[in-house]
Design a protein around this ligand. Structure first.
Ligand SMILES: [Zn+2]
Length: 504
C-alpha cells in the first residue's frame, strides 16, 4: 500500500539518530502548528519483541522527540492490561506503571481489559495518569466506570479537540455492559459537536470494517485511531483516515492535521519501532524492573524438553482445525487429570506463533497460557449427549475460526460445515480407540476454567459446578503440559496422534 504522506519520519529518525538536538526543527507558532496524534494499540507488554525491535521505551523516546517541535498526543486504542505472561500474576498493574512512565495520554477499553475482575479494573483506571474514554462500555448498572468519560475535549494549540471511545461488543463478564457501538458513537459525536469541538476523533477497539462504516456514516467524524487487529491498517474515506498500528508497539501511526484555508489536511506515517530508536531511560527502567520480577517467579529460562515437530500455535491454524499444539495440550490435560477426554477452547492458547522443532523452554510454555485465571483445568463427569452439545458448540458457525473452536483429546468425530449449527456432527462420537460414546454413557471430561466455570465463549457447563467451586486447587494447564513433555515423554516429544476432528 503506497503512502501519500510526506515523510516526517525521515526528519524524526534523523533527529534521533544524529542527536542533533532541537535546532533541527524550529518551534511553530500556535497559529500554524499542526495537531499530531501518535497511536499504538494492542500492546500486551512493554518490552521489546523477540527480534529486539518494538518496546514502549522506544515509543516514549519518539514522543519526546516529536514534542520538541510542538504538542503530540500519545494514545492507546485498547487491549493492554491483559493477557500477558506478567498479567497472569500482576493483572495489568505492570502495564499501568509502564504506560504511566511512557506518558500515554488517553486510552479506551479493548475487549481484553474486561478479563480483569471488576475491582481490579476499577483500581487500574483510578491509578492511571492517562485518561480513559468509552461511550459504549459501562458497568452493568448502566453507570460509567469511575473515572471514565463517555467523551472528552482538550484544547491543543488553541483548537478544541473532541474524542470518544467505543469497543467491540462481546460476551463479557457480568459486571460490564457494552451497548451498540454505532449509536453510542453517534450520540457522542453530537454531544462533542454541541460542546464546540472543532476536531472530533474516535479512539476505537473494533473491527476495521466496523470502523470504516462508522467513518462513512458520520460526516462530522474527522478520523479514527483504532485497535483490535494486530496488523497495521490505513483506510481512507475521502480524506478522512482510519489508522491502526501493529500490536505490541512494533509500529506506531502518526497522524498530522495541518490547518488549511477550508479546514484541515490530514497526513499520516507508519513508524516502524525498530532498533534505530533509542530507549527512553525512565520508561525502560520500569519495564526492566517488571521483567526482573518475572524472572524471580519463573526462575531462569531453561530448556524443559525437545520437540521432534514444530508446535504450530498460530491462531489461524489453532482456531480452525485440529493442531499439533492443541493435540499436545489436550493430551496433557486428559492424562494429567486421569480423564477420559479433554477439551480446550483454542482462544485460551495465546502464543499465536510457531515454536520450531527443537529445544523448548519453560518461558515458552508459560507464554502459551496468558490469562489471569491461570488456565486451571476442571475435571467432572458428563453424559455423552452433553459432551456432544459441547462439541457442537465448538464447530458452530461463529465458533470456527475464533476462540470458541475446541482442541480435543480422547475423542474423535466428523463434522460437516454445510450443516446447520447444532447438528453439524455427523455420526457417533467415539473414544480414541473407536468405542462409541453413547448419549447416556458418562465419561470424565477435563476442560479449562474459562468455558467450564465462566460461561466463556458461550459454553454452558453446569456439570462443572462442583469442580469450579474448588478451582483454586485445580492444576494449571502449563504444569500438566510441563509434566507431559519433560517427565512422561522423558524430554523428547514426538508428534501426538492426529485425526481426531475430521471436517467433511
Ligand atoms: Zn482486541
Amino acid at each position: 500500500m503506497s503512502r501519500s504522506a510526506v515523510s516526517a519520519f525521515s526528519a524524526l529518525a534523523a533527529s534521533l539518530i544524529l542527536l542533533s538536538g532541537c535546532a533541527v526543527t524550529p518551534s511553530p507558532t500556535p497559529a500554524n502548528a499542526p495537531l499530531r496524534f501518535l497511536l499504538i494499540n494492542d500492546v500486551y507488554f512493554g518490552d521489546t519483541v523477540r527480534d529486539g525491535t518494538a518496546g514502549l521505551a522506544r515509543v516514549a523516546s519518539i514522543r519526546d522527540s516529536l514534542q520538541r517541535s510542538g504538542p503530540v498526543s500519545l494514545v492507546l486504542a485498547g487491549d493492554f492490561l491483559s493477557p500477558s505472561l506478567l498479567s497472569k500474576w500482576y493483572r495489568g498493574e505492570q502495564m499501568r506503571q509502564e504506560l504511566n512512565a511512557a506518558g500515554v495520554q488517553r486510552v479506551t477499553f479493548g475487549n481484553h481489559e474486561f478479563e480483569l475482575n471488576r475491582d481490579t479494573l476499577i483500581s487500574r483506571i483510578a491509578n492511571s495518569r492517562f485518561k480513559w474514554t468509552s461511550a459504549n462500555c459501562m458497568l452493568s448498572t448502566g453507570e460509567p466506570f469511575p473515572g471514565v468519560s463517555r467523551w472528552d475535549t482538550s484544547t491543543i494549540n488553541g483548537v478544541k479537540v473532541g474524542v470518544f471511545g467505543v469497543t467491540i461488543v462481546e460476551g463479557y463478564s457480568k459486571y460490564v455492559k457494552c451497548s451498540n457501538a454505532d449509536s453510542a458513537a453517534h450520540s457522542a459525536i453530537a454531544a462533542l459537536k454541541g460542546s464546540g469541538a472543532q476536531i472530533i476523533y474516535g479512539l476505537t477497539h473494533q473491527t476495521k470494517e466496523a470502523d470504516s462504516l462508522l467513518l462513512m456514516r458520520e460526516p462530522d467524524l474527522n478520523f479514527i485511531l483504532g485497535g483490535h487487529e494486530h496488523e497495521w491498517h490505513r483506510i481512507l474515506i475521502g480524506d478522512r483516515r482510519l489508522l491502526k498500528a501493529d500490536a505490541n508497539a512494533r509500529s506506531a501511526q502518526l497522524l498530522t492535521l495541518t490547518r488549511a484555508a477550508n479546514g484541515w489536511t490530514q497526513s499520516d506515517e507508519l513508524i516502524r519501532i525498530d532498533k534505530r530508536f533509542p530507549f527512553q531511560a525512565a520508561t525502560q527502567a520500569v519495564v526492566s524492573a517488571w521483567n526482573d520480577s518475572a524472572a524471580k517467579r519463573l526462575g531462569r529460562e531453561r530448556v524443559v524438553a525437545t520437540t521432534e515437530f514444530p508446535l504450530d500455535g498460530r491462531d489461524a491454524v489453532n482456531r480452525t482445525q485440529e493442531s499439533p499444539l492443541g493435540d499436545l495440550v489436550t493430551d496433557a490435560m486428559r492424562l494429567g487429570t486421569s480423564s477420559d477426554a479433554a477439551v480446550m477452547n483454542s482462544g485460551t492458547m495465546r502464543i499465536d506463533d510457531i515454536l520450531a522443532a527443537g529445544p523448548i523452554t519453560n518461558y515458552q510454555l508459560e507464554s502459551i497460557f496468558l490469562f489471569s485465571d491461570e488456565t486451571r483445568i476442571m475435571s467432572f463427569p458428563i453424559t455423552g449427549s452433553r459432551l456432544r452439545a459441547i462439541l457442537e458448540h465448538g464447530v458452530a458457525e461463529g465458533s470456527v475460526g475464533k476462540g470458541p473452536y475446541l482442541q480435543v483429546s480422547g475423542v474423535k468425530f466428523t463434522w460437516d460445515h454445510t450443516k446447520p449449527t447444532g447438528s453439524r456432527i455427523v455420526g457417533d462420537i467415539m473414544k480414541s480407540d473407536g468405542t462409541v460414546i453413547g448419549p447416556n454413557d458418562t465419561i470424565k471430561l477435563a476442560m479449562n476454567v474459562y468455558p467450564a466455570c465462566e460461561g466463556g465463549d458461550g459454553y454452558v457447563v453446569p456439570e462443572a459446578k462442583a469442580a469450579c467451586d474448588m478451582r483454586d486447587s485445580a492444576p494449571r494447564a502449563v504444569d500438566l503440559l510441563l509434566k507431559r513433555m519433560s517427565q512422561d515423554s522423558k524430554g523428547r516429544v514426538s508428534p501426538p496422534v492426529a485425526g481426531r476432528v475430521i471436517r467433511q
